[in-house]
Design a protein around this ligand. Structure first.
Ligand code: SF4
Ligand code: SF4
Length: 130
């Protein structure tokens, strides 16, 4: 199965507080809600994660929380990966449009963009990359 085609826009990590709030109001599995409630890092006053570097990379990327690893969360929690990817992509694209970012950051599931096509270095992943 594919990896989540994160374009490393950084918007989820900049808005993780409001993202969690929204998710807690939906009917995602309780295990996801538990992971959100156990999120270990501080958020700033705007809801941005304190682990986010200025270049939009995650300073704890290799050990990031499960909730920050879209593919691993689907696997560990036995969530249908395609549905989960679609839900996350919709959330990504809402954030990307709200931030008025270039369309090349938009996430497409099914017609997976490569990191190169997205103009990004896959090693500088933020939340969704594997
Ligand atoms: S998971 Fe989505 S919102 Fe987060 S950095 Fe990747 S594309 Fe952007
Ligand atoms: S991926 Fe890293 S920077 Fe982003 S929310 Fe998770 S821990 Fe924070």
């Amino acid at each position: 199965m594919m990896d989540f085609p994160c374009t490393s826009c950084g918007e989820c990590c900049k808005n993780i507080g409001s993202g969690f709030e929204k998710t807690l109001k939906t009917d995602v599995p309780l295990a996801i809600k538990d992971l959100i409630e156990q999120f270990p890092y501080k958020l700033d006053e705007n809801g941005a994660c304190s682990m986010l570097n200025e270049d939009n990379s995650c300073s704890v990327y290799n050990n990031r929380p499960i909730i920050c690893n879209i593919k691993l969360a689907a696997k560990l929690l036995h969530i249908d990966e395609y549905t989960w990817f679609k839900q996350n992509a919709d959330a990504c694209n809402d954030l990307i449009r709200s931030a008025n970012l270039d369309d090349r950051y938009l996430v497409t599931i099914g017609e997976q963009k490569t990191y190169k096509e997205a103009g990004k270095d896959s090693k500088k992943g933020t939340r969704g990359n594997i």
